[in-house]
Design a protein around this ligand. Structure first.
Ligand code: NI
Length: 182
């Protein structure tokens, strides 16, 4: 396994729509190794999700896991999930705002409106169709990672650019604790 270098905003791949994979590609040893490397890379950087374009690979693969993450200490746990060719097939009209960060946009946080709940169809790492119903933080991470596969980042979704904050100031001024955004 290997820890891969993260592509940052400004690298063209972050703005590139990723390619859909065939079932045969998914089960290839190359893609299976890539998935392992993505999981290891996500854990190394304390990410709660990672999309393949973020490690310079324009393929529709995302991994998500939340497990006592020091970057998001208050968020509920989400077991490891691998999403290939994901599509959000249903989303709640109700939006909720919360803070997001991104490994490709280091040291920043911004408040982003997202659908409170989503249903996502995807293939798993065995090429099997899965359907996930998610709400709250899990739904938010799914939307964030699906955006990456379309060449979008959370900044594109922000309605209040004024909330954009450096992580050090976010912590220093307790911004995440003070703000109410229901
Ligand atoms: Ni991101």
């Amino acid at each position: 396994m290997a820890i891969l270098k993260a592509a940052r905003l400004g690298h063209p791949i972050i703005r590139t729509r990723a390619r859909v994979l065939t079932r045969a590609e998914i089960t290839s040893s190359e893609v299976q190794r890539l998935i392992e490397d993505m999981i290891e890379t996500m854990r190394e950087y304390d990410g709660v999700g990672l999309a393949a374009p973020q490690i310079h690979v324009p393929k529709q693969i995302a991994v998500i896991e939340v497990n006592h993450n020091p970057r998001y200490p208050k968020m509920p746990a989400v077991p490891l999930v691998v999403l290939i060719n994901p599509t959000i097939v249903k989303r709640s009209k109700k939006l909720v705002e919360d803070w997001e960060g991104c490994l490709s946009i280091p040291d920043l946080r911004g408040m982003v409106p997202r659908s409170e709940s989503v249903e996502c169809e995807a293939l798993d790492r065995g090429g099997k169709t899965i359907k996930i119903a998610a709400d709250g933080f899990f739904a938010r991470v799914i939307q964030h990672e699906c955006d990456h596969l379309q060449g979008m980042v959370y900044l594109d979704r922000m309605s209040k650019l004024r909330s954009l904050t450096h992580l050090a100031e976010f912590t220093r001024y307790g911004i995440g604790d003070q703000t109410r955004y229901d």
